[in-house]
Design a protein around this ligand. Structure first.
Ligand code: FAD
Length: 472
């Protein structure tokens, strides 16, 4: 008799209820990760998240080995793989931490039903969200559509449990008998890019895995956390935590983040740190939205937007946006940061997304797909929810008439041009006054394009399109 822990978006030993419970049972333990690109509706990972996953799994495998365990890798439709593995290892117990997307929930429910029918015990746990989406309900019993009351309801009477410690020892895997198949190798999955290998910029910035996550959290709390309220808006400084990809892959638990804050501030959490905590609330809110709207990435949350008349972007226009060549430095710096490092500052994400959706009148789904492929934190809930927020089609969305002006944003949030200069070397010689609107500088800029669209004109066009939607 043995147990299986099936790890998914919870690639950590710390505060991992499924792993801790399985360890406590003491039976020989198989820890498996399944690369599932076949189950119906499961969204295949983008390039940047594949890169992350490779390194995160490598780090996790090392951590498990140090505890006397190991990580088994299998690829294929998850339900089938679990059934095979259970038969091979004579498993009687399955453990996992819950997922919240519809296709994943369908798979998990099928595995649970099969387990029950076949005399296996399947146990699932809350690990990746502070609040299970179905437990937060309005007075009328429905899901929330607006963030502020959602987060207020979460925090009212919130009993946020303490994180679990890493189990002292982990049971060894079952002895390999003739029936237990060998796992895959990580390299065999070919998650890393080759020809061309674009991952150098990612590797320079990130340390995927639990150690990297813990360091980011501590560095943030030791450093910019108490100035987060202002620092979070300045893309030229590291004013935010950069925990997003670590949270995305579950390398750090939100319960751990919460606890570290409480430990530092046992009496009163400073206002700035409180703002940071409410950003974690936005993450919870996005999952709440996805849970109740499983097709958030493909359908307008607000159905009236189905009538919106998007323009099909020209190939050149779209490429200019993707490659950071729109001629608007704030947008371009952001899109280059994304391409080089797999991450973009939130303030710039909003401006770059607004530029695509409003100034280029491009369907938000086109941008969402690009971010999905290029962000290391690309997340099934936060990415579509935020794109819909920018487009105005989402829950608690930015009003349609809010069109980020990339020049104003740039002057306000990168006044000295530090961020712009870092990502756009062509503009290095422009001073802080000229750099936000290089076409006005009168200087000949080698290699940097002029503005792709006229701002006032494209703004008017967007307002007309949005007005038409309202009137129709
Ligand atoms: P911090 O400011 O340190 O915030 C802490 C944590 O709170 C983040 O790690 C993240 O988990 C959460 N958080 C912060 N802001 C948001 C938000 N607006 N929505 C949801 N969670 C939030 N975030 C993702 O994690 N994945 C995505 O795919 C994603 N796509 C986005 C697309 C667009 C168009 C926009 C405008 C925003 C998107 N965001 C996404 C939200 C936000 O930009 C990132 O979470 C944030 O920039 C990550 O950096 P950080 O970890 O330093 O954040």
């Amino acid at each position: 008799e043995t147990s299986i822990v099936w790890l998914r978006d919870d690639l950590r030993l710390d505060d991992n209820p499924a792993l801790s419970e399985a360890a406590a049972l003491g039976l020989p333990l198989t820890v498996v990760y399944i690369l599932d690109e076949e189950s119906e509706g499961v969204r295949p990972l983008g390039g940047a998240t594949k890169w992350w996953l490779h390194h995160s799994l490598a780090s996790l495998a090392g951590a498990l080995e140090a505890k006397g365990s190991s990580l088994l890798l299998r690829r294929g439709p998850a339900e089938e793989i679990i059934r095979e593995l259970a038969a091979e290892t004579n498993a009687r117990h399955l453990f996992w931490n819950r997922r919240y997307g519809q296709p994943e929930r369908t798979v998990d429910a099928a595995v649970k039903a099969w387990a029950t029918e076949n005399g296996l015990q399947a146990s699932s746990y809350q690990a990746n969200l502070l609040f299970e989406p179905w437990t937060v309900r309005t007075g009328a019993g429905g899901p929330y559509k607006v963030f502020t009351p959602f987060w207020r309801a979460c925090l009212a009477g919130a009993d946020i449990r303490d994180p679990l410690q890493v189990p002292g020892t982990l049971p060894a895997p079952p002895k390999r008998t003739g029936t237990v198949q060998a796992g895959d190798t990580l390299d065999g999955w070919e998650l890393l890019p080759s020809a061309p290998d674009w991952s150098g910029g990612l590797a320079a910035v990130w340390e995927p895995g639990e150690d990297g996550a813990r360091r980011r959290l501590e560095d943030f709390l030791d450093g910019p956390a108490e100035e987060y309220g202002t620092g979070r808006n300045i893309p030229g400084v590291e004013g935010t935590s950069r925990l997003s990809p670590h949270l995305r892959f579950g390398e750090v638990s939100p319960f751990r983040v919460w606890r570290q804050i409480r430990r530092r501030y046992p009496n009163k959490v400073p206002a700035d740190v409180g703002i940071f905590r409410s950003e974690l609330g936005w993450r919870e809110f996005c999952w709440h939205l996805l849970y109740t709207n499983p097709d958030l990435a493909t359908r307008n949350y607000r159905p009236d937007f189905d009538r919106f008349e998007w323009e099909k972007p020209g190939k050149d226009e779209l490429e200019a946006w993707q490659q950071g060549r729109t001629g608007y430095p704030f947008v371009d710096a952001g899109m280059r940061q994304l391409w080089q490092t797999g991450w973009m500052h939130n303030r710039v994400r909003m401006a770059a997304a607004s530029f695509l959706v409003k100034n280029l009148l491009t369907d938000w789904r086109v941008g969402e797909a690009w971010f999905w492929d290029t962000l290391v934190d690309a997340d099934a809930a936060s990415n579509p929810a935020n794109w819909q927020w920018v487009a105005g089609s989402g829950a608690d969305a930015s009003p349609y008439y809010r069109i980020f002006n990339p020049v104003t944003q740039s002057k306000k949030f990168d006044a000295a041009g530090t961020y712009l200069r870092h990502f756009i070397p062509e503009l290095a010689d422009l001073d802080a006054k000229a750099i936000h609107e290089p076409w006005k500088s009168g200087m000949e800029l080698v290699g940097y394009p002029g503005p792709l669209v006229d701002l006032p004109e494209s703004r008017e066009r967007a307002l007309e399109a949005y007005q038409k939607l309202r009137d129709s």
